[in-house]
Design a protein around this ligand. Structure first.
Ligand code: HEM
Length: 399
């Protein structure tokens, strides 16, 4: 039983594409991740992914960026602007919570701060399952607490959301309403189940909650890292500070560069389903573990240049290299929310008016427009005791 670590960019890329390597990052967190998309393999994974991809029907991104996102960002900003300050992680959590809940299909009928706080608490409770593999103490109490949190999420949020959608689907099936009157979210796609695949109810509960985790946590970290990098870069490059204020394509360039440096999931992990020859030259078999370091792959000087470990939004890359490197993975588990979070990569001639920017850039733009800047009296704090680099708090002034 050996563990092989892959750090080269091309090796990591090719390793993620190997079909005889199965997901293993969430093996310890089955209480939450059993049978959710990211842990499925082979035909079961293909069929579920195809079903869920139905959400991206024509015009989805335009609808999401023009209709779903602006009111959410406006509402969150309205909460903080009068105080003249915000904490970026908290700001990000509140915005992303609403956005990913809308995408997953979880209603918040009251729309109050209290309801949002309850949801945040449930989200944090379920997220504990993702790091069970690295938890040294007794895991059983943590698992039991995750089980209880899922039950509470089910009763409080999932069941009413599913009932409302099922009633709409019944009316749609009876020809009483049109497709455009159905909610555009994952829960509706799963309840509608156009491909008639097997979807037990408890699995749908976990899948919906998983979307919540996959979308919110990752994007919150990406947003805070991006704002930090832009603050730093703008302070030492005054000509670009001005560009950050007025050029949305440049802001997206900064966000992609920051995503490359700070992938929210620093590693991917797989286990072989049979003997496999890895692109590194290593031979692995069942029982072994393959760790793919997205963090290290994204900082390879051979691919991203001598200054690969530092932030440089003017980095020139060949068209074959995505500006965010392997941050969204590749292969069968490539992030399904990549376009939502990161948007399209701009090319020469991209029209800034119609370009799809992604949620992280759009939220960063709203913060920049609100004149967000580091609070000199309350410096940001890094998260202690966790393997990946992350911000614990990042106070800013607004207005
Ligand atoms: C900056 C934000 C994000 C980052 C860095 C990120 C990163 C990733 C990575 C690295 C994977 C692949 C995991 C693996 O290969 O083991 C992944 C998978 C996934 N992500 Fe994201 N993600 C982000 C945002 C989102 C959003 C907004 C959503 C949905 C709304 C989402 C939904 C998913 C799903 C469903 C999968 C599993 C896909 C599959 O297994 O087929 N992600 N993400």
């Amino acid at each position: 039983m050996s563990t092989i670590k892959v750090t080269g960019y091309h090796e990591a890329n090719q390793t993620l594409a190997l079909r005889d390597l199965e997901q293993s990052l969430y093996d310890e967190g089955k209480v939450m991740f059993q049978d959710v998309l990211v842990t499925l393999h082979g035909e079961a994974h293909r069929r579920r992914r195809l079903l869920e991809m139905k959400i991206f029907k024509k015009d989805f991104f335009n609808y999401y960026e023009k209709e779903v996102l602006p009111p959410v960002v406006e509402r969150t900003l309205a909460r903080f602007l009068p105080t003249g300050r915000a904490e970026l992680m908290d700001f990000g959590r509140r915005t992303m919570l609403d956005l990913t809940a809308d995408f997953a299909g979880i209603d918040r009928p009251l729309g109050t701060d209290e309801e949002r706080n309850d949801m945040l608490r449930l989200l944090q409770g379920m997220a504990a399952a993702a790091t069970l593999g690295q938890f040294d103490g007794d895991r059983e109490p943590v698992k039991e607490s995750v089980r209880q949190t899922i039950r509470e999420f089910d009763e409080r949020f999932f069941t009413p959301s599913a009932s409302r959608r099922q009633a709409l689907l019944d009316r749609f099936n009876a020809g009483e309403i049109s497709e455009s009157e159905l909610p555009r979210d994952i829960l509706t796609v799963l309840l509608r189940n156009e491909d008639a695949i097997e979807l037990p109810r408890d699995m749908i509960v976990r899948e919906t909650a998983f979307y919540y985790l996959a979308g919110a946590h990752t994007s919150v970290h990406s947003l805070t890292h991006s704002m930090h990098e832009m603050f730093q870069w703008g302070a030492s490059h005054p000509e670009d500070a001005e560009r950050i204020r007025r050029d949305p394509l440049f802001v997206q360039r900064c966000v992609h560069e920051s995503m490359r440096l700070h992938p929210s999931s620093p590693i991917a992990q797989r286990k072989p389903v049979c003997p496999v020859h890895l692109p590194t030259g290593d031979e692995v078999k069942e029982g072994d573990t393959v760790v793919i370091s997205l963090f290290e792959a994204n900082r390879q000087a051979a691919n991203f240049g001598e200054d690969a470990a530092s932030f440089n939004p003017h980095r020139q890359l060949p068209g074959t290299l995505p500006p965010y490197g392997l941050t969204f993975g590749v292969g069968i588990h490539t992030c399904l929310g990549r376009s939502l979070a990161a948007g399209d990569v701009a090319k020469a001639g991209t029209d800034p008016e119609t370009h799809q920017y992604g949620t992280v850039t759009l939220i960063a733009r709203a913060l920049i427009a609100a004149n967000a800047r580091p609070d000199p009296d309350h410096p940001p704090q890094r998260e202690a005791n966790i393997a990946r680099e992350a911000w614990a708090t990042y106070p800013v002034l607004l207005g």
